[in-house]
Design a protein around this ligand. Structure first.
Ligand SMILES: Cc1cc2nc3c(=O)[nH]c(=O)nc-3n(C[C@H](O)[C@H](O)[C@H](O)COP(=O)(O)OP(=O)(O)OC[C@H]3O[C@@H](n4cnc5c(N)ncnc54)[C@H](O)[C@@H]3O)c2cc1C
Length: 384
């Protein structure tokens, strides 16, 4: 059997794996990236495209800020244009008490770099004249924006390949284990890859591999719902999202310069993990249409020209698994980004590369450690 070797093997070629491959090569590490299907085919390639920092868990803003610095420099960094537009992001609400919550978030020291401004009443409707009368307030983040998800992971993978990374598509990892000082990664077609370090960036499938090392996590899967309208004249540069605790009201949209309005939110579907398909829930799309009319009455009767969904992994605390393994030296994870990993992608790649290459990172990631789900020692061997 032929065995291929590198300093690091990465399993999973979404935006997390591809960005980490790029930043690891930039640091001189040899890298093999193994992707079961095509680079960026799953969540990373079909998401809404929000490059949003506001509204995140405050303990995640340092990571989101690091990512935002990279988003601004991506064209020079990876020699590719991901259509990132720092258009501003507006988080609106329908109730007075929700404005108080937006204010509290904006006042937190961690949110300082976001330069959030709270709008309400007449000032709100003057500045954002297209919002419906039900909208009572909003938090405006001038530096957040959006980008084209379809382009992101393939662009990082191409840049990594140009720097010498080995990228293997149509390569499904069946088994991962550590033998002596080396990780041995075996694919479903019987190939073997060895490395001193192993990074699992397998998205909604991450826990299948972490469980092989006795570190299962309670990861659940959902399919967020997306739709896009026919193009209309470009008039809405700001990304708008509703802040609410009422599930039906959760909706967000962005208009791309070509004119189409991309819409997301509402009831999520349950993906078919066997066939790797996430289906569209018709009631969700109908709900989006009625919620859009409330949020943006001028939207009228625009035709929806395409609907889709994607497979995303969620942890019970809505935080990802990111950082070193709690049990195996040289093993690292970055998966389960709970519906908000696209903005984080470049920053996760940079942080994971720093962590693997130097043993530590200057960005705090402790809240995301897999050890928060650690099993008692006696159950660990049964789990693997
Ligand atoms: C519809 C939708 C809308 C979203 N909207 C936004 C948004 O607006 N903003 C935002 O910030 N985030 C958003 N997200 C979340 C974001 O897309 C994800 O958090 C992010 O893309 C996760 O990237 P990833 O690389 O971890 O996972 P993925 O993109 O899922 O990549 C994981 C890869 O691992 C591969 N893999 C799995 N198992 C194996 C194996 N055994 N062997 C080899 N390869 C394997 C898979 O084939 C896959 O390509 C959205 C997600 C969805 C689904």
């Amino acid at each position: 059997m032929s065995v291929q070797k590198a300093d690091v093997v990465i399993v999973g070629g979404g935006v997390m794996g591809s960005a980490t491959a790029f930043f690891l090569r930039s640091r001189g590490q040899s890298v093999i990236l193994l992707e079961r299907d095509q680079i960026g085919q799953y969540a990373s390639g079909v998401n809404f495209g929000n490059v949003r920092r506001q509204g995140r868990f405050l303990g995640q803003l340092a990571l989101a800020n690091r990512s935002w610095e990279l988003w601004k420099r991506l064209p020079e960094l990876i020699d590719d244009d991901l259509e990132f537009i720092p258009s501003g992001h507006m988080r609106v609400c329908y109730r007075e008490d929700e404005i108080a919550e937006l204010e509290a978030y904006a006042a937190a020291p961690e949110a300082e770099q976001l330069d959030l401004k709270i709008y309400r009443g007449a000032e709100l409707h003057q500045r954002f004249g297209f919002l419906g009368p039900d909208v009572k307030g909003g938090s405006y983040a001038p530096h957040d924006g959006h980008a084209n998800p379809r382009l992101a992971a393939p662009a990082f993978a191409r840049a990594a390949r140009r720097l010498g990374a080995q990228i293997e598509e149509r390569t499904e990892v069946a088994e991962v284990q550590k033998v002596g000082d080396d990780f041995q990664v075996t694919t479903t077609d019987g190939r073997q890859f060895h490395a001193a370090q192993l990074l699992i960036t397998a998205g909604a499938w991450g826990q299948k591999l972490s469980a092989q090392f006795g570190e299962p996590v309670p990861l659940d899967t959902h399919g967020p719902q997306m739709a896009v309208t026919e193009p209309v004249p470009y008039a809405l540069p700001t990304v708008i999202g509703v802040y609410t605790k009422v599930p039906e009201e959760v909706i967000y949209f962005r208009q791309i310069p070509r004119g189409n309005i991309v819409i997301g939110g509402g009831y999520r579907s349950k993906p078919d993990m066997l066939n790797r398909r996430a289906y569209v829930e018709p009631r969700s799309i109908l709900n989006q249409v009625s919620q859009m009319r409330r949020l943006l009455p001028g939207v009228g009767n625009l035709n929806i020209i395409r609907v889709w969904s994607g497979i995303e992994g969620y942890l019970p605390d809505s935080l990802p698994v990111m950082g070193p393994s709690g049990t195996v030296d040289g093993l690292f994870y970055a998966f389960g980004f709970c519906g908000h990993g696209f903005q984080l992608g470049p920053g996760v790649g940079d942080v994971m590369a720093e962590l693997l290459a130097t043993g530590s990172t200057s960005t705090p990631i402790e809240p995301f450690s897999i050890t928060r789900f650690a099993l008692p020692a006696e159950q660990r061997s049964q789990a693997s």
